[in-house]
Write a protein that binds this ligand. Structure first.
Ligand SMILES: Cc1cc2nc3c(=O)[nH]c(=O)nc-3n(C[C@H](O)[C@H](O)[C@H](O)COP(=O)(O)OP(=O)(O)OC[C@H]3O[C@@H](n4cnc5c(N)ncnc54)[C@H](O)[C@@H]3O)c2cc1C
Length: 595
């Protein structure tokens, strides 16, 4: 099997059993999200991803992008498929209805985006940029800017970029140097260079809307001096038609390890007098606004890890059923499919359990996001918002790290064939590798989790999460058939409480000790959240079987997968706890000169 097949059954199970899609569909503003509509959307997205996006995936990988007479050219077929994607209305799926979008919940957009990413990551990086940009503009832009740009971004006629990174400003955005000078007509002129800009230029749409971070003359140093500007590739005339080409250009596209079909551009602004830009919101609040987009993107990047993990799993499973080699260790039968070897089966289960656990957490987080937006009860809104904020670095950091491990295992299952490009599995690993880097590396996610999400509120959001997990562990303990899951989840929670107390007991002068163990803590929290969702899934599956409903084989598989997760993945919690405790002295006392 070469083409991607959308895992619709798993997606539907998680949406209805864990993410609360039926409840979300009853919230004011989401009333049109009926179960039938959700089913139809998933079905259609599944067909588009397998039939249209997936066959183009190796083409983009092989051809990449090139700059031709100053124009960035995408791979063969890219342009036609973008037109199909746009005309089918997929870009505006979860964008505001008032601007022509369908206004559907994030819990619906999440599986749909996962399908796009799994089928063809390099192509699918483009459309979600418009979603984050529109959110940002909705939050901060003037009515004129909104009216001029948002409708054509929602329709997909114009695409979007986020322009943060510069040669000396990567993880540390406070170092941004791009300048913005005010102009007599109220607009600005931008000068500077941005690097690594995804789809910074391309031949898929007639205009590109760049949201650029820059400093106005006289702005203070650091993040408080950064403002946001909307800089279109083509200026827009008063009647909405496209005018002159703006003074900004792609000066090169990067040669990368993966996502070859996605142009990663070095952009130069103001080589001929200044790129025209329009201030978004208030001066000095650029980074705050950009974080609306960054948070949307971090969630999507988490989905990318899940998506590529699932793609690798699908391919590995097919291969393991077809490839024959060696004897069955138990029956002695010769020349058996490699899935009969316990180690291969173990790897397949690690892959499936990792993908399912990260997917469960991501969709549940998408559901919290929707409730935070539209739930009538203020307490629920506040709680959902706290949980989303707390777990965003986990959805991003944990899902992408596991995605890379899963894609790596996919190669292992293929043996030597995994190392051969024609098999296709090497591309998944090459493509997924970036997900732990862009939108903030895993190290930056861990810093965010500890410093901003736990220390800043004194552990309040984490306390809320622990209470939620505990309620599931109690349910599991009460149901005789899931007692062991409940007991093990309780043990992990006790470790999490120890970790929380240890983190909160630190003073600012010992922050280095915490940050040295930060990624261990992030992995620990992710692994526990996975166990939490697996427990909930097992409880739902058991109850559904008891009620005589559903597909018993599938539901039993969910229960057994939870047991596998607890046996083979949850033990990492104790390991990460130990590493967290001991990272400080082990790392900080090691002399730099001895490295
Ligand atoms: C393919 C691709 C697409 C991209 N798309 C975009 C885009 O569309 N728009 C955009 O603006 N940018 C984009 N980027 C840039 C990307 O977001 C940055 O590369 C990323 O944030 C890391 O920054 P850096 O490369 O400067 O690494 P650095 O910041 O130099 O980091 C190097 C290493 O140091 C670590 N590190 C740095 N600071 C800390 C710290 N405080 N604590 C702990 N560890 C730290 C990092 O974790 C990393 O391991 C893209 C990059 C790539 C490769």
């Amino acid at each position: 099997m070469n083409e991607y097949v959308a895992p619709l059954r798993d997606m539907r199970f998680i949406l209805s059993s864990l993410a609360g899609i039926d409840e979300i569909g009853r919230l004011p503003g989401y009333e049109e999200t009926t179960p039938d509509l959700v089913d139809a959307i998933l079905e259609e997205a599944g067909k588009f991803s397998s039939g249209v996006l997936s066959p183009l995936n190796p083409v983009g990988d092989a051809e990449g992008c090139r700059v031709e007479n100053g124009v960035v050219r995408t791979a063969t077929g890219w342009s036609e498929v973008y037109a199909q994607f746009r005309d089918a209305g997929w870009v505006g799926l979860a964008m505001p209805a008032q601007y022509g979008g369908q206004g559907l919940p994030k819990a619906v957009a999440a599986p749909v985006n996962e399908m796009w990413f799994a089928a063809n990551l390099a192509f699918s990086l483009l459309p979600p940029m418009a979603v984050g940009s529109v959110d940002t503009l909705m939050r901060a832009a003037s009515d004129d800017l909104k009216a001029c740009y948002i409708p054509r971004m929602v329709s997909g006629e114009w695409t979007a970029t986020m322009d943060l990174t510069e040669p000396n400003a990567g993880s540390d955005l406070g170092a941004i140097q791009t300048r913005a000078e005010s102009h007599a007509d109220g607009s600005y002129r931008l000068f500077g260079q941005k690097i690594f800009i995804t789809y910074g230029d391309h031949d898929l749409a007639e205009n590109i809307v760049h949201l650029v971070l820059a400093r106005m003359s006289g702005a203070p140093a650091g993040v408080r001096g950064i403002s946001m500007f909307l800089v279109p590739k083509y200026l827009v005339n008063a009647d909405g038609t496209l005018g002159a080409r703006n003074d900004m250009h792609c000066i090169s596209v990067e040669h990368k390890l993966g996502i070859h079909g996605s142009p990663t551009c070095t952009m130069s602004y103001g080589d001929a007098g200044g790129a025209v830009g329009y201030l978004v919101g208030e001066p000095g609040r650029g980074l705050e606004y950009m974080f609306v987009m960054v948070n949307e993107s971090r969630f999507n990047v988490g989905l990318q890890g899940i998506a590529l993990g699932d793609r690798a799993y699908q391919k590995a499973l097919t291969y393991a059923r077809e490839r024959t080699q060696g004897r069955d260790a138990i029956t002695g039968e010769a020349n058996v499919p490699i899935i009969r070897h316990p180690d291969v089966k173990r790897m397949l289960l690690v892959m499936r359990a990792s993908v399912m656990a990260t997917r469960m957490l991501a969709y549940v987080a998408a559901g919290w996001f929707d409730k935070a937006r539209h739930h009538p009860d203020e307490v629920t809104v506040a709680q959902c918002r706290s949980l989303v904020d707390l777990l965003m670095p986990v959805v991003k950091g944990w899902s992408t790290e596991l995605g890379i491990e899963v894609a790596n295992m996919g190669i292992q299952i293929h043996g030597g064939m995994g190392f051969i490009e024609e098999t296709g599995v090497a591309q998944y690993l090459r493509d997924v590798r970036i997900t732990a880097i862009y939108e903030g590396t895993t190290g930056i996610q861990a810093n965010d989790l500890i410093s901003r999400k736990i220390l800043r509120d004194g552990g309040a959001a984490l306390g809320l999460l622990i209470a939620e997990i505990r309620s599931s562990s109690h349910q599991a303990l009460e149901d005789g058939r899931t007692t062991s899951l409940g007991r093990e989840l309780e043990r992990s929670l006790a470790l999490l409480e120890d970790a929380r107390d240890w983190i909160l007991s630190h003073e600012s002068d010992t922050i280095g000790e915490l940050l040295a163990g930060g990624t261990s803590f992030l992995r620990m929290l992710g692994t526990i959240c996975g166990a939490w969702q697996m427990t909930r899934a097992a409880l739902v599956a058991q109850n559904t079987i008891d009620e005589g409903q559903g597909d018993v084989v599938y539901l039993q598989g969910i229960i057994e997968l939870a047991r596998f997760y607890f046996a083979q993945l949850l033990p990492q919690v104790a390991m990460h706890m130990e590493m967290l405790n001991r990272a400080g002295p082990a790392v900080l006392q090691f002399p730099d000169t001895a490295l």
